[in-house]
Design a protein around this ligand. Structure first.
Ligand code: FPP
Length: 249
């Protein structure tokens, strides 16, 4: 009994032990649309809405970072019209952010290999980076053309280049130093990873960063994953005992 606070026992979120960083795999958009007889693109649109809503909710709770998997290095295998639809949603979202992020004090960052994106998307991302650098506050991270293995290989290459240039020594490499070569440089590791949509796998997401994350899986499809569902994930997280390989004190 002593392990849990009163709030946890009554099924409420304990505002004093929130994760700083929550990562989400936004799964189930396609099935959500299919159930309604709608095209998959409608599912992604509803998924983008869920992301917006939960970003606002995280900010209200005092969670510093929400990181979502918007497009993986494997998602290029999807039909071209679905890929175009997702890129179009991102475009719209970026325009919206440019207009509102300074006023609302929201930062935005993209993680992934952005070099292959259309030039206009790259330009919009550059603008949001510029605005984010001027402000403080809640930060949403969008993983785009992102793969956990790709990120590690990309980091290893950059480190090898620095060694070849004589700027780094391979035998001096530490975990902390290696982290600085990742797309997530500077971000704390997510304490909680949420995957709605029924699957129980990590799908090449934040492989390095999730070493000690608590995982929360549920069947709710991402577009239906609302504030109440988010609370349930937080409460489950708050019931976990995090030992980081140690023993109970
Ligand atoms: C997975 O569901 C979802 C994706 C691969 C795309 C997620 C992208 C968005 C929600 C749009 C991004 C926009 C912003 C603004 C961040 P699925 O299609 O695999 O679903 P299924 O398993 O039911 O088929």
């Amino acid at each position: 009994m002593g392990l849990f606070t009163k709030r946890q026992l009554t099924g409420q979120v304990d505002k004093n032990s929130l994760p700083r960083h929550v990562a989400v795999i936004m799964d189930g958009n396609g099935r959500w649309a299919q159930k309604r007889g709608l095209p998959r693109s409608a599912g992604h649109k509803a998924g983008a809405e869920s992301f917006r809503r939960l970003g606002t909710y995280c900010k209200k709770l005092g969670i510093d970072y929400l990181t979502v998997y918007a497009f993986s290095t494997e998602n290029w295998k999807r039909p071209p019209e679905e890929i175009d639809g997702i890129m179009q949603l991102l475009r719209r979202y970026l325009h919206e952010c440019i207009d509102t992020m300074e006023r609302d004090g929201n930062r935005l960052r993209f993680l992934g290999d952005l070099s292959v994106l259309d030039d206009d998307l790259k330009e919009l991302i550059r603008e949001t980076n510029e605005i984010s650098a001027r402000i403080e506050g809640f930060q949403a991270n969008v993983c785009l053309n992102y793969g956990g293995r790709d990120e590690i290989v990309h980091a290893a290459r950059a480190f090898a280049r620095d060694c070849a240039a004589g700027e780094k020594r391979s035998d001096a490499l530490t975990e902390e130093m290696f982290s600085q070569y990742l797309y997530s440089n500077g971000l704390p590791d997510p304490e909680l990873l949420i995957r709605p949509g029924g699957e129980k796998r990590i799908s090449n997401y934040l492989l390095w960063q999730c070493a000690y994350s608590e995982f929360y899986f549920c069947d709710t499809l991402w577009p239906d994953f609302d504030e109440r569902e988010f609370d349930k994930a937080l409460i489950a997280y708050q019931h976990r005992e995090r030992r980081f390989g140690g023993v109970k004190p």
